[in-house]
Design a protein around this ligand. Structure first.
Ligand SMILES: *Cc1c(COP(=O)(O)O)cnc(C)c1O
Length: 381
């Protein structure tokens, strides 16, 4: 059976049937060798030469990711940022990109500082505003539109298909950061995007113990070859053990995403009306601004990320985080354990993030324990 006929759960659990060839072990081994021997005839029988260009431990997770995202090929990177910045570095000086204002904070900072230094110009537009996007296009110069949805940390939802239509009209590519939705809940390539990016550090690995990134392409083209070259010659490659660990984490992606999504929805509903809560930002809530588009482009669930705004402003939000016992006060997201973070403290000056906002990464614990933890923190702070 080709992977096109298999459900995501089956692709992940079985890992597309990769095995250890030496011993028929059902789990492939870790290949730490940095270099590969030539045959007497001077050829490379395995096709492998040096590990910065290829490592056998990339093959399985890349094949699985390409299958899940319905793309032609996938590429692992040493981090999500390495993957994202490679998409931009594959452009040329003078090229222009359009990006929404609310996106992953470090990437926004990088675009504002480094990309502009190298002659790649960025226009930031309001999330959800297609007329502003159209007005930002510079005909002949705009080569890339970048989207992250649901977007960190307010979880606003942008319409991938509408952005893809505009990208096509102006001859630009659309890249989508699909870290938060995961391929289980959204497939941007099916909606018209050209490239999908993941911080594999988050849900794909899912255990808060590997830093990794990935790109998936709809078609292998010139831009993809440039990004592959940037990875191999720039050297932002993942180590073999990290690639192996990532694959082990990915095997349970489907059950983790299901549990985290169910938990997040139940949690959002349970605390939405709490007197100390000013707002719950979660695209799964019918009352949320992004729900209509999320329902259209996501696959029946809305992921494990949400934010709350605590009545009483910044100090009340920080006091609430301090009282939480099950949620750990830490950055990052997409792990099995629930995390809480006061984002404005991290993002600092210029952040579009409200001061009373706490970002919650809902894990796979029992949801009633999480709800009770939040209630005692709100009431005791
Ligand atoms: C974490 C994250 C990134 C950056 O990934 P790293 O693996 O930390 O480099 C990019 N986008 C989103 C949405 C993220 O959550």
């Amino acid at each position: 059976m080709s992977s096109k006929e298999l459900a995501d759960e089956t692709i992940l659990a079985g890992g597309l049937g990769f095995m250890d060839d030496s011993y028929r072990g059902v789990i492939p081994g870790v290949y730490p060798s940095t270099t590969y021997e030539r045959a007497e005839d001077n050829s490379y029988p395995s096709g492998k030469i040096y590990t910065r260009d290829h490592n056998p431990n990339y093959q399985q997770p890349e094949a699985v990711l390409a299958a899940l995202e319905h793309g032609e090929q996938a590429m692992l990177f040493s981090s999500g940022m390495a993957a994202a910045t490679s998409v931009i570095m594959a452009l040329k000086p003078g090229d222009h990109i359009v990006v929404p204002k609310v996106i992953y904070w470090s990437f926004r900072n990088w675009l504002q500082t480094y990309a502009s230094d190298w002659g790649i110009e960025t226009t930031f537009v309001d999330n959800g505003d297609l007329s502003e996007l159209k007005a930002a296009i510079k005909p002949g110069k705009t080569k890339l539109l970048w989207l992250e949805t649901p977007a960190n940390p307010t979880w606003v939802v942008d319409d991938i298909a509408a952005w893809a239509d505009i990208a096509r009209e102006v001859g630009a590519r659309l890249a989508v950061d699909n870290t938060v939705a995961t391929p289980l809940l959204c497939n941007p390539l099916d909606l018209g995007a050209d490239i999908v990016m993941h911080s594999a550090t988050k849900y794909l690995n899912g255990h808060s113990d590997v830093l990794a990134g990935a790109l998936v392409t709809k078609v292998v083209d010139d831009h993809w070859h440039r990004m592959a070259n940037i990875r191999a010659s720039g050297g932002a490659v993942l180590g073999p053990f990290e690639a192996w660990l990532l694959m082990r984490g990915m095997r349970t992606l489907a059950v983790r995403v299901k549990q985290a999504s169910n938990n997040a929805l139940a949690f959002a509903k349970a605390i939405e009306t709490h007197p100390k809560i000013h707002a719950v930002m979660y695209p799964g809530l019918e009352s949320s601004a992004g729900h209509r588009i999320a329902k259209k482009q996501m696959k029946g669930a809305y992921g494990g990320m949400l934010s709350i705004r605590v009545r009483g402003g910044e100090s009340a939000a920080i006091a609430c985080a301090a009282k939480l016992a099950i949620f750990k006060r830490a950055t990052s997201l997409g792990g099995i354990e629930s995390l809480v973070e006061h984002r404005a403290s991290v993002e600092g000056e210029g952040t579009p993030c409200p001061a009373d906002l706490l970002r919650l990464s809902i894990g796979i614990e029992d949801v009633n324990d999480l709800i009770n933890d939040m209630k005692q923190a709100l009431e005791g702070s």
